[in-house]
Design a protein. Structure first.
Lengths: 114, 184
C-alpha cells in the first residue's frame, strides 16, 4: 500500500490529507510531486494532515523536510497536523520537532497561518 | 593369511580415513558457518538464511519476515514495529547505497533467533561503508538535509547495531534486539 493524497482548500490554506505509507519509492515521490505542484500553482500556506499515515521511514521523513524547504523557498510555509504517536516519536528522535510547527487541532492550525 | 590380513588392514585404514575425512569436512563446515554467523550469539539458531534481490520488494519481504519471527518470539507489537523499521532502513542501505539496485548483486539476509532475542545480519556487495564518516543528522546544520537519518533510526530501535566489512567485500550489518523484561 502506498500513499493517497487529497487536497482541499479552507480559505487561503491548502490542506493535504495524507493516508497510507510514506516510504522510499511511490509514497515519497507522490508527496514530493504534490507539494511541488501546489507551490508551482502559487499555494503558500500548506498544511499536511498526517492523521492517517500509518508508516513513514527515513526517506519519507526526508520528503517532509524537502517539502518544508520547497514551500519555504517559494515564500510560503508548510505545517503538520494530527501526527500519530509513531510519527511524533520519529520527529523527536530526528530532532525535527524543532523545524516543523505541529498541531493536533485543525482549527488552531488554520488560525496559525493568519 | 598374511595377505588377507593386509587387505583387511588396508580396508580398515581406508575406512578410517574416510571417516576422519568426513569429520574434517564437518569441522570445516561448522567453523565456516560459525564465522558466517559473525557476532551472532552462540545461543542463536538460524531461522532464515537467504539471498534477496536488490529491489524495494526485497525490503518489504525482509521487514515482513523479521516481523513474523519477532512476533513468534513474543516481542510486543510496538517493538516489532520498531524492529521492522530498523530492518527496513538497513535493507534500504544495502539495496540502494550498497548494491545500487544492481540486478547482478544480492543481499545476504540472515535471521537468528534465541529464546529472548532476534538477530539480523544483512550483507551487501557494495564498496564498503564507514558510519563514522556520516554527518550527524541532528546537528543544526544538517537538520534540513533530505537524507542521512537511516543509521540513526536503526540505533534508536535496536539494542545492538554493528557495522563491519563484509566477506569478501561490501558491508555487513548486524542488528540485535532483546525481548524486554515484563514489568513486575
Amino acid at each position: 500500500m502506498s500513499v493517497t493524497l487529497k487536497t482541499r482548500q479552507v480559505g487561503d490554506v491548502t490542506i493535504v490529507d495524507a493516508a497510507g505509507r510514506i516510504t522510499l519509492g511511490e509514497g515519497s515521490s507522490a508527496l514530493r510531486d504534490t507539494i511541488r505542484d501546489l507551490t508551482s500553482k502559487g499555494s503558500k500556506k500548506i498544511m499536511l494532515n498526517l492523521g492517517e499515515i500509518s508508516y513513514i521511514d527515513s526517506s519519507g521523513i526526508g520528503e517532509l523536510v524537502s517539502s518544508f524547504t520547497t514551500v519555504a523557498n517559494a515564500g510560503g510555509s508548510l505545517k503538520l497536523l494530527n501526527l500519530t504517536k509513531r510519527v511524533q516519536d520519529l520527529l523527536q528522535i530526528t530532532k525535527l520537532y524543532t523545524v516543523f510547527e505541529v498541531f493536533d487541532d485543525e482549527a488552531a492550525a488554520l488560525k496559525s497561518f493568519s | 593369511m598374511v595377505g588377507s590380513s593386509s587387505q583387511v588392514l588396508s580396508l580398515d585404514f581406508r575406512w578410517c580415513a574416510n571417516i576422519l575425512s568426513g569429520f574434517a569436512r564437518a569441522r570445516d563446515w561448522a567453523a565456516s558457518n560459525e564465522l558466517n554467523m559473525g557476532s551472532f550469539d552462540r545461543g542463536s539458531v538460524v531461522a532464515l538464511d537467504t539471498f534477496l534481490e536488490s529491489s524495494l520488494e526485497s525490503v518489504d519481504q525482509a521487514e515482513e519476515k523479521v516481523s513474523t519471527i519477532a512476533l513468534s518470539i513474543g516481542f510486543p507489537e510496538e517493538e516489532v514495529f520498531r524492529l521492522g523499521m530498523a530492518v527496513r532502513e538497513a535493507m534500504v542501505n544495502a539495496v540502494v547505497h550498497g548494491n545500487r539496485y544492481s540486478a547482478n548483486k544480492r543481499v545476504h539476509f540472515v535471521i537468528g533467533r534465541s529464546e529472548r532475542a532476534i538477530e539480523i545480519k544483512i550483507s551487501d556487495e557494495g564498496i564498503g561503508f564507514h558510519p563514522e564518516a556520516q554527518p550527524d543528522p541532528t546537528a543544526q546544520e544538517n537538520l534540513l538535509r533530505q537524507s542521512g537519518r537511516g543509521i540513526m533510526l536503526i540505533r534508536a530501535f535496536v539494542d545492538e547495531f554493528v557495522v563491519q566489512p563484509g566477506q569478501p567485500g561490501g558491508t555487513e550489518v548486524i542488528l540485535r534486539k532483546v525481548l524486554p523484561l515484563e514489568d513486575s
